[in-house]
Design a binder for this molecule. Sequence first.
Ligand code: HEM
Length: 485
Amino acid sequence: LRTIPGPVSPSWIYGNMLEFMLPPTYGQNEFAWQKIYGKVYRIRGCFGQQRLVISDPLALGHIIKSPNFHHAQRKAEANIALYGARSIPSLQGEEHRRLRAGLSVGFTAAAVSEYQTALERIAAKASDELEASSGTVINVCPMLGNAALSAAVELTFGGGELDEELVGDILKIMPRWPGQSKSEILIDGIGARFPIFFRAATLYLRSFKLLRQVQAQAIRVGRQILREKAAAMESGSVDMGHDLYSRLLSNTSGNKRKLTEDEITAQTSILLVAGHETTATTLAFGLLELARNPEFQQRLREELNTRQGNIAYDSLPLLNAFVKEVLRVYPAGAMRERVALRDDIIPLSEEIVTTTGQHITQISIRKGDHVALALASYQRLPSLWGDDADVFNPYRWIEDRVHQGEAIGPYANLLSFFGGPHVCPGWRFAVLEMQVILSALIRKFSFTVPEDETILVKFANTIQPTDASGQKCVRLCVAQIPEHV
Ligand code: HEM
């Protein structure tokens, strides 16, 4: 990796990690480096470690599908702390494949379409909540967080209320994700050399304590609800719902459930946390961009007003162009870190020239090498999305100016939902949820940006919109549309 071009490292201790992980706003350096060095470049990690940053489509497709790469250590430890060692993202190979196959019953197109009515009810509730603040400037993030968490609870358990403490912890967890301070980046760097040190450090890091707390609470709640459902099913006293846990209880082969009680309950934390936070954040960036683009907002409202009753959301061109553009410019999991589990060769879609003048079309990777999968950078490549790839412009999807080649991800050639064996299973649900919530809010309210409002983007495992003090926040002027008053 030493001969792959990249930015100069300003410090031996931190390498480029502070510029990469903690810029004033996410991507500031990453997007600039992509323009200078191209789709693959090298940065320095702590203590001189070499890392590749990759937005090359062929290389990304290779790594995403390959069993030779897995989550880098901090991410793997954080996944275990928050979601558990038996949760889907923590597993690999055959165990992972079997669990994904079992869970897939709840994520097919037919299964997801059954949530439309429940999602419309959740959207109506969010809209009522917003009505109370109409005419004022409000931070829309808490309202969207609540709505998306209700949607995740609907998907997982078929509705119901979680206890307040768990809700509070789940809603604040992602902004506190480990690795966002100089000292945690340093601990990561030491951990890359001495993994046992890192594992020990996680026992004391405050950021990890909250993750473990949420996992323990989520599993307790998940087990209790699953047992209640199983008892109701055995007594035949209620109709089983369409939610994921009901489907998993009824998913049998012979007399045996395909997934055991422990396997199902071990997924509760990831379903509630990953199932709500990503969608809530994408929606928050969506409302921000609507407020910044009043002409588009009005045209979208007109499109929505032409439909009544049972809406086929996929048939609304502007709505779908907007959802795709928000996902393109603001992929919640903007950057994923992976480590090579064994030696590998990464193919490149275009030749690059090394610092020693060699022309290469593939890069040799050693076991233990770190790669950053720069999904947000990939989604700004002019070669795929046009010369205005840095600009938020939903019309590009209607004008068919986007890349039509072989897709790595499941939706619109985007990598926002990742791809390969760890592709986001919730992508269909997330798209429907965003279509439904945006439709309800845009019909009823207009959104504008208050004067002098600055929104920054922080990376905390997912990207977060924040104010200057680092608090998760999108403050918008919200006004009810006169015909809906
Ligand atoms: C806009 C919304 C969403 C986005 C952008 C998103 C994005 C992603 C990404 C990028 C990954 C891969 C992460 C990695 O391996 O490093 C992922 C995995 C995952 N997502 Fe989503 N997601 C969204 C919504 C949802 C929803 C609604 C659910 C439903 C419960 C969900 C459940 C999961 C699960 C369980 C995984 C782990 C999959 C595995 O490791 O096999 N996500 N998601």
